[in-house]
Design a protein. Structure first.
Length: 320
């Protein structure tokens, strides 16, 4: 019995020793896996930081190019270049630019990335985005930290002095883009856009006589042709939409024509003289799906029209 007890006790001790060794082994293995994960994450973070540093170096050169690309006096051209630059540097295809008229709380969609075209509202009320609009500040980027439905992830306001004139919105981002370096890139690019846009707006205000016929809101032939080229390029890239109409008005008085049409269209629509000396109207951000209301307002004023293609008009211009 004594021998059996000794042997049994020895077996129990061996079992306890084996269990302890196994627990130590499992603990060491778990610790090793944890350290291995930390090491792999450190390597991954190292590569990410390296990419960010390289991206910063690359961005500074490209940001210099931005100042050259945005050196244009036509707001539409500034927006086009700005959107392409932002998509490139921010590596994002969900950007939209809205503009506001003086004293208005409504923002109109100017242009947006191709995947967003025909998905976003053409006009939004800032009163409906109170959680965002109440926190908008010059030189700052608003972040949707509560992930509010219907709101963009980022919004950068653009001011002319103390007046809000535009909003740059980013609707979708990757996890890596939820970082301060990304916010800083947005802020820097929008700062460049702000200066260029304000300069373009100021130019149109000061150089009205060079852009429009005297005492009218009818754009001169050369400027209208430039604008059509930009509008056409934006539509071909699916950044924005427009419809071109040739107006049939029995009057040669440009001021009379201007007064008649301006009261029936939006601020974003443009009246101009084409290469054939006819009066044309650009309906901005209008498609076949929402053109009926614009058509109705013109017809109610007794203004008949015909929809024409820009390509045909451009060919007409080249032949002159």
């Amino acid at each position: 019995m004594l021998v059996g007890a000794i042997i049994g006790s020895g077996k129990d001790q061996n079992k306890d020793r084996i269990r302890m060794l196994k627990e130590q082994y499992d603990h060491m293995e778990e610790r090793n896996l944890y350290l291995s994960d930390l090491y792999n994450n450190a390597l991954q973070n190292k590569e990410q930081f390296k990419d960010q540093i390289v991206g910063y170096k690359d961005s500074f050169g490209r940001l210099y190019d931005v100042t050259l690309k945005l050196n244009n006096t036509m707001p539409e051209a500034v927006f086009k270049e700005a959107l392409e630059v932002m998509e490139d540097i921010l590596n994002n295809k969900s950007i939209a630019i809205y503009t506001l008229s003086s004293g208005s709380s409504y923002a109109r969609l100017n242009l947006c990335s191709k995947p967003l075209n025909n998905k976003l509202m053409r006009s939004i009320s800032l009163d409906s985005y109170n959680e965002m609009s109440k926190d908008l500040k010059d030189g700052a980027v608003w972040f949707n930290k509560e992930y509010l439905e219907g709101y963009p992830i980022y919004c950068a306001p653009i001011y002319k002095q103390e007046e809000l004139v535009s909003l740059v919105m980013i609707y979708e981002v990757s996890y890596a883009q939820l970082a301060m370096y990304y916010v800083n890139l947005i802020r820097i690019i929008c700062g460049l856009l702000q200066n260029s846009l304000v300069r373009a707006i100021d130019y149109e205000g000061m150089a009205g006589q060079d852009i429009y016929y005297e005492n009218t809101m009818i754009m001169k032939k050369e400027r209208f042709a430039e604008l059509l080229n930009v509008k056409n390029e934006l539509q071909e890239k699916d950044f924005s939409n427009y419809i071109l109409l040739r107006l049939n008005i029995k009057s040669d008085d440009l001021k009379e024509i201007s007064d008649m049409v301006v009261s029936r269209v939006r601020v974003s629509d443009v009246i101009g003289i084409g290469p054939d000396d006819k009066v044309y109207l650009i309906l901005s951000q209008v498609t076949d799906d929402n053109a009926e209301y614009a058509y109705k307002r013109l017809l109610q004023a007794g203004i008949s029209f015909k929809r024409v293609s820009t390509a045909h008009l451009m060919k007409r211009q080249e032949s002159i």
